[in-house]
Design a binder for this molecule. Structure first.
Ligand SMILES: [Fe+2]
Length: 586
């Protein structure tokens, strides 16, 4: 039984294939088209998924789409009628965009499948795809469920409970009562792109003082006793399908920051980020508290764009009273493709739950021969290093202070690089954060970097007692270790830790251990292999391009290592290994 899962209406278009209940492949369209966060129909992702799974289109039995076009239609019409003269942007989005995407799906089905061999199409509500789907691939037999984002069809949240292959929705919020949209307003005020850069607002928050505006912000959005979200819309404008902040927002907080990378941050931008972040955390914690009381569940599954707020997730782990929290690696809209597919497999088809999504490496992968062919096409000299020396040689480079592009195995699903498409560096060097921000990623100087650490070494460096293989739960760095790993410790003493597990990524785990052998520290600075504004690299070609257009020092592509200049690897690769290969033209 083959299920194709699709997400494409909003952003982060994604396709995945679930074969007899097992997630075989999941791919974000942006990695292939190089258009970050694209919402285009995931045509290329579908083709690559089929290729990787070795399936012909005719072998797809079901297509699961993480959007139900007619859901809450009545609510939308009533809302549209109330907008009066402001109705046109609403109509443009709801009618024109959504209808054209539906047409796109129909065209694809007609072009791909013979008329008698069409798969069953299932339109799964957006928030059900987010969190019920996440629950079905979580390790829990039963759990409380919470999904929060800007908005789905019309709902902006889902609060419920999952048990076995069933679920129950207890409550939902509807547009414009939206924690996601409110946080987007703060993002806009700080000069970042909405529905795109919310992570930057979160990263900026520790630089501000939340107390400056906390009283005002606590009256702008809140959680009622029935878990519902309340918003004082007089501050906002997103409800009119326009810019997120209203005039009253600016009267209260001052001038917004210009939307330009070089624009300066004024104190009010930092303080708004801090106050909105703190308030968001309080609201999420309050919903979680009420949800735990109502469901009496021990575990929580959280999904939706707001579930990418790893600082809020960290507080959920520490303060909500749940034993642990599961967040899938693609907790945003990309993961709804997977969620929709599992809603079909487990809930609609009634299959038992047998799969746990604990391995994010479900994307494309390249054979050694393909990597070497790409390098040789560019006439790039490289050294081919045997398996048993690859990690130790890379650890040598890192320990000498070099910044290394690390491209291994199958690509991760979700926004974080988790050991296979990474830029790695020594976290003990105090200037490393500024160096990578300025020379490699070309991004704002305040933005922090994250640490990777083997799960068994985590307690020595971090105040974290749960696994976090997907880098989605911010924790505190132990006070005595903050000066040891300054490049990955944020100004408030926290870090967005990734726990690394030998079972899911043996090569990356070994690299961390080799680095510890040299430095005494089993931690590496790990940031995604891309430059600002571009998706994470997908192919060896993308990796080479990124390598030569940034301040990366070395590139490790599978078993091939290369520097930028002839002789860069002299003294690192033993002379007995001979000259580099693929050096024609040099
Ligand atoms: Fe969403």
């Amino acid at each position: 039984m083959n299920i194709l899962g699709l997400n494409y209406i909003y952003h982060d278009s994604t396709a995945c294939l679930v074969e007899d209940g097992r997630l075989v492949v999941a791919l974000e369209e942006e990695r292939l088209t190089r258009q970050k966060h694209t919402r285009a129909f995931p045509e290329q992702a579908i083709s690559r998924c089929l290729e990787i799974a070795g399936l012909a289109p005719a072998e797809i039995d079901h297509v699961a789409i993480s959007y139900q076009p007619d859901l809450d239609r009545r609510k939308k019409i009533v809302y549209g009628l109330k907008l009066g003269r402001k109705v046109w942007p609403f109509i443009h989005y709801e009618v024109q965009h959504v209808l054209s995407e539906q047409r796109r799906l129909r065209d694809w089905v007609d072009a791909t499948f013979a008329s008698e061999g069409k798969p069953d199409l299932h339109f799964i509500p957006h928030h059900t795809s987010h969190v019920v789907g996440s629950f079905f691939v979580s390790p829990y037999e039963s759990a409380a469920l919470l999904s929060v984002d800007g908005s789905g069809e019309w709902a902006t949240s889902f609060k419920g409970v999952g048990r076995g292959s069933t679920f129950q929705c207890l409550a939902q919020d509807y547009f414009p009562m939206s924690l996601g949209a409110v946080y987007e307003a703060a993002t806009e005020f700080c000069g970042f792109r909405t529905n795109y850069d919310e992570g930057k607002t979160m990263g900026l928050a520790p630089l501000g003082n939340p107390d400056t505006f906390s009283e005002t912000v606590s009256k702008m959005f809140w959680v009622n006793e029935d878990m519902s979200v309340g918003v004082d819309l007089s501050y906002f404008n997103y409800q009119n399908y326009a810019r997120r902040c209203g005039e009253k927002f600016f009267e209260t907080f001052g001038s917004p920051r210009e939307q330009a990378k070089a624009a300066p941050f004024e104190q009010q931008h930092l303080d708004v980020a801090a106050a909105f972040q703190q308030r968001l955390e309080e609201c999420i914690l309050e919903i979680a508290r009420q949800l735990r009381e109502r469901t009496e569940e021990e575990y929580l599954v959280i999904a939706g764009g707001v579930a990418l707020n790893s600082v809020a997730n960290g507080r959920l782990v520490r303060e909500s009273g749940f034993k642990d929290v599961y967040v899938m690696p693609a907790a945003g809209d990309n993961g709804t493709a997977i969620g929709a597919a599992y809603c079909v497999w487990n809930n609609i088809l009634g299959q038992p739950r047998t799969f746990v999504h604990d391995d994010p490496f479900v994307g494309t992968g390249y054979e050694d021969s393909q990597i070497r062919k790409a390098l040789e096409e560019f006439k790039l000299p490289y050294h081919r290093v045997p398996d048993d020396r690859l990690e130790s040689l890379t650890a040598d480079l890192l320990h000498r202070g070099h910044i290394v592009g690390w491209f291994q195995g199958r690509m991760e699903i979700g926004p974080r690089a988790l050991g296979n498409r990474c830029i790695l560096a020594d976290p003990t060097l105090p200037d490393m954060k500024d160096k990578i921000n300025a020379q490699v990623k070309h991004r704002e100087a305040f933005r922090p970097f994250a640490p990777s650490c083997p799960i068994e070494d985590t307690p020595r460096f971090f105040e974290q007692n749960v696994a976090d293989p997907f880098m989605l739960k911010v924790c505190r760095v132990r006070p005595d270790k903050r000066a040891v790993i300054p490049a990955v410790t944020h100004v408030d003493g926290t870090a967005r830790l990734q726990t690394v597990h030998r079972e899911t990524n043996p090569r990356y785990h070994t690299l961390l251990k080799e680095f510890e052998r040299r430095s005494g520290v089993p931690v590496l600075l790990n940031t995604s292999f891309n430059v600002m504004g571009e998706p994470i690299v997908e192919s060896p070609l993308d990796a080479v391009r990124c390598f030569f257009t940034t301040g990366l020092d070395y590139l490790v592509l599978g078993n091939c290592i290369l520097g930028k200049r002839p002789g860069d690897l002299a003294g690192i690769i033993p002379a007995s290994d001979g000259p580099p290969q693929g050096s024609a033209g040099h």
